[in-house]
Design a protein around this ligand. Sequence first.
Ligand SMILES: Cc1ncc(COP(=O)(O)O)c(C=O)c1O
Length: 413
Amino acid sequence: MTDRALWHGQAHMPTSQAQRLVVTDGDGAWLTTSDGRRLLDATASLWHANVGHGRERIARAAYEQMRRLETYHVFGRFANEPALDLADRLADLGPVQGGRVMLTSGGSDSVDLACKLVRRHWQLEGRPEKTVVVSRETAYHGLHGFGTSIAGLPYNREGYGSASLVPETLRIPAHDLGAALAQLDAFGTDRVAAIILEPVIGTGGVFGPVEGYLEGLQAFAQERDVLLVVDEVITGFGRTGVMFASERYALEPDLVLMAKGLTSGYAPLGAVLVAPRVADRFFDGDDAPMFRHGLTYSGHATACAVAHANLDVLEEEGLVERAAHLEKVLADAVQPLADHPLVHEVRAGAGFLAGVQVVDEVRGDDVAQECVRRGVLTRTIHANTLQICPPFVTTEDEVRLVATTVADALDTF
Ligand SMILES: Cc1ncc(COP(=O)(O)O)c(C=O)c1O
């Protein structure tokens, strides 16, 4: 085991090598491991397996596109049909009217693109001092250069020699609107390019928005000429019971970031939906400026074909509505855990996802290990919290099984 070359992401390698869990097969909400165990995937892998594992139809879409044309790039005048069609589809589906879409390879790419584009926007507006990107404490926006710089989880930002890889960043309180606005006021919004936020904080411990926070921040941003970037990498494509959480929380973003549920993990793909306020100038007139951004695999044809098939499944099987229904089933199932002496807090009810925060005296990692031993795959995220975020195809009984397994696992400590 220990001589394998793979360097895991976000891993203490000695521990990960000793405890490596190799998933070999997936079918719906269930996984098989290399040692023959069958596990219920209570985290949808890394929050992405929304339509469930092992879908023949999506695999076929990839095969057929690859046989025809694996991909062709979309730099300059070049394009491919799946990318053109997917961009149109996302512009129609997304929570922004008349927007334009740039495609990426995943969530961190979408974050990087967005942070560059908001700065570019203000340069072109003749407001060159507006360079700072504001994020919330405990936020997670991926781990590229920009995502690292705006990380609200300090351990993801630290250890690179300077306070932030990109210096022009600022963190605000994640839930206290008054404190957040006071800090922004004191800092001076004339220097702020954008506020970026997850409508429901995921990796930071699963926190739905406190009433009034998102609305208040949005109103403030609109008043002060600050762009609003909504990171829907987890929440997009149904996780909160509607296609995008922006709809649920009445947000009007200037940029919407997508990944994960866009393909449910069947191919690496992300997208940024850009509102006309920002995008239009790049599309109109001979003297239109350029946004010098792009990736070899922006608009990868096979990944886009996979996204189409995934969205077809989502729509035809009514899985967004199903997620809305399962939100309540999950909330009812996990709520009793709040009475367990080893549980600090249960957070649910902001979509088909939940966090069970274990008291500091017990390591959440040990509880997660015990759950896996009992057949339910979960893991810990920030704040000693167990992540619960199953695929939308999970049955009601399986949702309840997740909760009872957590309870049984806790009883062993
Ligand atoms: C809210 C959010 N933004 C961005 C990312 C980064 O996405 P990726 O890991 O695909 O780069 C993640 C990943 O978990 C995320 O949860």
